[in-house]
Design a protein around this ligand. Structure first.
Ligand code: DGL
Length: 267
């Protein structure tokens, strides 16, 4: 039976979990949230790669068949290293988001928003320009979106004000497509769309990644092997807090949340 491993710096990866669950209701999913060491978005490439490697090897050791790096910052910094280290398929969220953006744009002007790490890594910018060298990318970090989402302030006036401040350069540049390049940002689609205007296409990297993973499993003939749709959530900090904020992301209660420690021997 197929078992998918999804990992994130913390809770935001539940947007990816949600889309994968929708696309693959019968998959067994092992979600790992590194809630003790979040955020990754402000940490160096070296640290994020080190943490990501520990988690991916851990998931591999727990018998997952595929690893999905839900965290945009981890995908931006660590994907190549993880693919080199693991023998199972490893999916990131950057390439699916970039591909969808290049397909969606009509004027070749694409906005990308993410954590400071994701934006300064240049990963989305590179992926988009490799697919379409004529595309122009406006990229900027929106760090306050993460705590606003975790506070549950999805449509509050303060969130709208922050969105206007962050998104004005994108509007002024005339982007017609905006990549939501951070796990949390799909939760703010309503406000972001209100600010950008309904004609700007919002690219949800989580959705794009889910359809990519589904396509891969179909091609391999693994879909038939799915049955139970079991879920396990492992977190490196309090399960209670994960359950509380997780309810906001999934709109239901999460069960089977377990606390684990990772990487202490080497640290
Ligand atoms: N999961 C991170 C990302 O998608 C956002 C939160 C963090 O900074 O760790 O980049």
């Amino acid at each position: 039976m197929i078992k998918l491993g999804i990992f994130d710096s913390g809770i935001g990866g539940l947007t990816v979990y949600r889309e994968i669950r929708k696309a693959l209701p019968g998959a067994d999913i092992h979600y790992f949230g590194d809630t003790a060491r979040v955020p990754y978005g402000t940490k160096s490439a070296q640290t994020v790669t080190h943490f990501s490697m520990q988690i991916a090897l851990y998931l591999d050791g727990r018998g997952v068949d595929t690893v999905i790096v839900a965290c945009n910052t981890a995908s931006a910094y660590a994907l190549d290293a993880l693919r080199n280290a693991l023998r199972i398929p490893v999916f990131g969220v950057i390439a699916p988001g970039a591909e969808a953006a290049v397909k969606a744009t009509r004027n070749g002007l694409i906005g990308v928003i993410g954590t400071r790490g994701t934006i300064s890594s240049g990963a989305y910018q590179r992926a988009i320009c490799e697919l379409d060298p004529a595309a122009r990318v406006v990229a900027s970090p929106c760090p306050l979106f993460v705590p606003l989402v975790e506070e549950g302030w999805l449509v509050e006036p303060i969130t709208q004000e922050v969105a206007i401040k962050y998104l004005t350069p994108h509007m002024e540049a005339g982007v017609d497509t905006l990549v939501l390049g951070c796990t949390h940002y799909p939760m703010l689609k309503e406000v972001i769309s209100m600010v950008m205007g309904g004609e700007v296409v919002l690219i949800d990297s989580a959705q794009e990644t889910a359809s990519k993973v589904k396509g891969h499993l179909e091609k391999k003939g693994f879909i038939d092997e799915m049955r139970a749709g079991l879920e396990l959530f492992e977190v490196t900090d309090s399960p209670e807090r994960f359950a509380e904020v997780g309810r906001l992301f999934l709109d239901r209660d999460l069960t089977n949340i377990v606390h684990v420690t990772i990487g202490e021997k080497e640290d």
